[in-house]
Design a protein around this ligand. Structure first.
Ligand code: AMP
Ligand code: MG
Length: 321
């Protein structure tokens, strides 16, 4: 794998059917030409991602939805795209025949997003094709927010494009759009409140309620560190030996742990989202830590997306406790 900052070279790999890891404002993506089924198949192979888990197609120009979505495109799509793109919002809509089945796991809908990160935009523009990309980590593991996190996954990638911009640190909000109703399939940085502020008349159906589409990638266990991860509770004053603790605000008395990382000192959920995966990676990589504890956050606003990740990250360990 070549690691560098040469966008032209990275774009060349995409055009020739190769795999490129690249920064976005959410997490690092692992991209291939979305219109080349063999290139897309290589993403699933190197990630060990099950083929029932569809990919998000990344674009650099809103006009590309005309090729990817089946006509007629619901008017609400244009409204959402004009307001939230480029940005951390993924729109799922009926797909055109141009989109290969492997991208959508055989479904008749495709997920599309226009990332805000300048390097991601430049890469997609120079590649000249839409870029299918899941997060650049092995299936089920922690999402990468720094290029070092991609390196440690040891996947077969042609080029790792290194970015150094501020990031949101949490995956995009995934919305399914059907005429004038939208359903939140995966909570993310953009919340239901943000969407309603754009237009009060949009009907938002939450996942689970009367949902006509399922999002097969939304498994119970996901985003997991390789070390056991449990919730920290307020009665824990002293953690077991070799425990790492991730907190989101300063507490009156600091609990005793081998290592404490603060994602925020003030309970600021935007800071917590930006630092969440970085903190989990740091604990995963720290040889002095065997077990990780993490404080939950209030489940409002951005806290809904953060708790979605934590619930999935702790899931497999909570079963064996
Ligand atoms: P990631 O693994 O972070 O790239 O997340 C992509 C997620 O978007 C998938 O796991 C799915 O849950 C969701 N997704 C992608 N395409 C579709 C689709 N066509 N319909 C519903 N959900 C989708
Ligand atoms: Mg992922």
């Amino acid at each position: 794998m070549v690691i560098g900052k040469d966008v032209d070279k990275a774009a060349g790999f995409i055009r020739n059917g190769g795999l490129v890891a690249f920064p976005t404002e959410t997490v690092y993506g692992l991209g291939a030409d979305a219109l080349n089924p063999l290139a897309v198949a290589a993403i699933f192979k190197t990630k060990k991602r099950p083929t029932f888990d569809p990919l998000i197609v990344h674009i650099s120009d809103i006009a590309q939805i005309e090729d990817l979505f089946e006509k007629p495109i619901a008017p609400v799509v244009y409204k959402l795209a004009a307001h939230f793109w480029p940005g951390p919002l993924t729109i799922v809509h009926r797909k055109s025949t141009l989109v290969p089945d492997i991208v959508t796991s055989g479904m008749d809908t495709v997920a599309v997003r226009m990332p805000a990160h300048p390097l991601a935009q430049e890469l997609i523009r120079k590649a000249g094709v839409p870029v299918a990309a899941p997060s650049a980590n092995r299936f089920g593991q922690l999402s990468p927010t720094r290029h070092e996190h991609v390196v440690k996954q040891t996947m077969e990638i042609d080029y790792l494009l290194v970015g150094d911009y501020d990031i949101i640190g949490i995956e995009s909000t995934v919305l399914y759009v059907d005429n004038e109703t939208v359903s939140i399939l995966r909570p993310g940085y953009i919340t239901a409140k943000d969407i309603l502020e754009l237009d009060r008349s949009i009907t938002i159906i939450n996942k689970g309620e009367n949902l006509k589409v399922s999002s097969p990638g939304l498994l119970k266990s996901h985003y997991s560190p390789l070390k056991p991860l449990y919730y920290f509770t307020n009665d824990m004053q002293e953690l077991p030996e070799k425990s790492g603790l991730i907190l989101h605000q300063i507490r009156k008395t600091e609990p005793i742990a081998e290592k404490i990382i603060y994602t925020s000192r003030t309970g600021n959920l935007f800071e917590t989202a930006a630092n969440l995966f970085t903190a989990l990676h740091a604990m995963e990589d720290n040889p002095a830590i065997d077990t990780i504890f993490i404080e939950p956050v209030p489940e409002t606003g951005l806290g809904i997306a953060i708790m979605d990740r934590l619930r999935k990250a702790t899931y497999r360990y909570s079963k064996t406790k």
